[in-house]
Design a protein around this ligand. Structure first.
Ligand SMILES: Cc1cc2nc3c(=O)[nH]c(=O)nc-3n(C[C@H](O)[C@H](O)[C@H](O)COP(=O)(O)O)c2cc1C
Length: 139
């Protein structure tokens, strides 16, 4: 089971999560797409691959009321976990994702592939990019 766990304020990262999930399904893999507020420790433990999504917030930071606490609470479970990171951004250059990737690697997570970032969410363009990313994760 692949778990796609995300936080989204205005729906862009949610769109990414849903299309990534669809791409995974197209490859015949079971997938669970859920908001981070509904995710539990067991979702991480049972995930064959853990795909985490969060947009750029603060000043090139992760969302601080749900995402940062979730990662902090589950730091120990990230060791040797196969992880994929994705998220939407606005005006920045993707720095938040670079920082997040380094954080996850320092916790011992194994990044399956490079993170996926998209600017806001462009209808007619980003659906296909996210579907393709989902397929790519499965390999
Ligand atoms: C409070 C706040 C802070 C933000 N900070 C950044 C930022 O530092 N860098 C950036 O590129 N975009 C930033 N953005 C833009 C969001 O990342 C962008 O709108 C993204 O598409 C939101 O994704 P969501 O719809 O999943 O919430 C910020 C947006 C908000 C509301």
């Amino acid at each position: 089971m692949i778990k796609v766990i995300y936080w989204s304020g205005t729906g862009n990262t949610k769109n990414m999560a849903e299309y990534i999930g669809q791409g995974i399904k197209e490859k015949g893999k079971e997938v669970d797409v859920l908001e981070i507020s509904n995710a539990t420790e067991n979702d991480i433990v049972s995930a064959e691959i853990l795909a985490l999504g969060c947009p750029a917030m603060g000043c090139e930071e992760l969302e601080d009321s749900e995402v940062i606490p979730f990662i902090e609470a589950n730091e120990a479970l990230m060791k040797d976990k196969k992880v994929v990171l994705f998220g939407s951004y606005g005006w920045g250059n993707g720095e938040w994702m670079e920082t997040w990737k380094e954080q996850m690697e320092s916790l011992g997570a194994k990044l399956v592939t490079d993170p996926l970032i998209v600017n806001e969410f462009t209808q007619g363009q980003d659906e296909e990019i996210c579907l393709g990313y989902g397929r790519q994760i499965v390999g």
